[in-house]
Design a protein around this ligand. Sequence first.
Ligand code: HZT
Ligand code: MN
Ligand code: MN
Length: 480
Amino acid sequence: MGEDGDWEDVKEDVDNDGDDRVGDGDEEMNENGDEAPGEDGDGAAKKKKKKKKKKTGAAAKLVKGTPSNKAEGRFLNEGSFTDYYVAHGQTEPPTLPVVNLFRGEDDEDPSRKGLPTFPQGEIQEHPLESNSHRVSSEELRAADRLQQDLYDKLRHASEVHRQVRHHAQSFIKPGIKLIDMCERLEETNRRLVQECGLERGIGFPTGCSLNHVAAHYTPNSGDDTVLSYDDVMKVDFGTQIDGRIIDCAWTVSFNPKYDPLLEAVKEATNAGIKAAGIDVRLCDIGESVQEVMESYEVELEGKTYPVKATYHKCIRNLNGHSMGPYHIHAGKSVPIVKCDDQTKMEENEIFAIETFGSTGRGYIVEDMECSHYMKNFHAPHVPLRVPRAKKLLAHINKTFGTLAFCRRWLEREDGGSATVNKQGGRQEKYLGALKNLCDVGIVQPYPPLVDVKGCYTAQYEHTLILRPTCKEILSRGDDY
Ligand code: HZT
Ligand code: MN
Ligand code: MN
């Protein structure tokens, strides 16, 4: 059971045109390269119900810059999702910095006059009886108010993440080149966060790992990989404000045969989120996650083969993690299987809760060409003599600091940030130097993490903060 190939045995003919690798190419595009609304890009994403078009003057066709409430992509709540930010003045496609949409005068607190108010995440109570006093404790509410600045940054970055991913969900279709997808997503991220060097920007490279690749794949330049109808893609991207990173991911698929896998992983992540809280043991979170993940039975109905039932499993050597300023992995790992880690979560900690399910072995190894890199947060200062390595390190220090980066960004005209590298920052012949920095331990490579070939992996991830009074799931959206 659960052996590789279970999924391959099953050929469901959900695809009706037999042309699932590359988009038909006849979609109507507006000047921004966006598909015009009203046209269904591919057979798989077809909506069960057609939404009535709003009749407003010239509303038959959407023009760049006009508001819309169309929600695209599978699993999205049609209509409702973008309403609120379009109501706040965002364009469709989104072009405006999110900060401009929330400049509120609607705050009762006079000390916050003129400051933008970003939407809160989902609020949950901390589990455990010992936390029941937290909601109403005056002392803890005061402690909570002292952290408003931190919450503002996290909520701002979260709102950028929601709007960027909503836009991405509208253009991710079979046939898209992954490198184009990443560049478009990252460009939207830069624009909506109003990129400003290390102050505000992208949190880490856009992961778009396919199938048995679970994490840490983004195309290097020259990689022509195209997304196909039968792929299972983990889109994992980040937004940061003053180093406060929102790390949040979902899984894209078109073929409904993967729905039970995606559903199981989504619910497993939600179980991990629900179990998290002040004084909760990390091992108990792992157990909750595993229980939900493995409760989902997958039924595969083949045409010629008998029905096989199997269970997907957690990828036991992948984890969630605590996060600190400019520090994606601040020290604590959140297991997604039963284990014996008695470490507890603590007040004010920020966690990325992520779970991975797999139809394969449920165990990943590093493989394939590396794209992701990050300075070792605790690396001591090492003076370098090799000129290329010295120059590359200076570039990394000013452009990314201790945030993760990828090769594609080093090769951009701006070297990864137009605000930092005003005279241009493209790195040339840098690969040797990058390897030197890895060899001496200043930079850490993060190669793709893969399960066995032929299997499928899925991921869902959210960022939350353990406030003194409650737990806030910052990156929660109407989509997942
Ligand atoms: C490393 C490098 C990056 C952190 C988790 C992760 C994507 O697997 C302890 C637990 C970006 C992130 C990271 F470029 N990693 N979340 N989202 N990857 S991790 C890790 O290295 S360390 C998990
Ligand atoms: Mn992530
Ligand atoms: Mn993460």
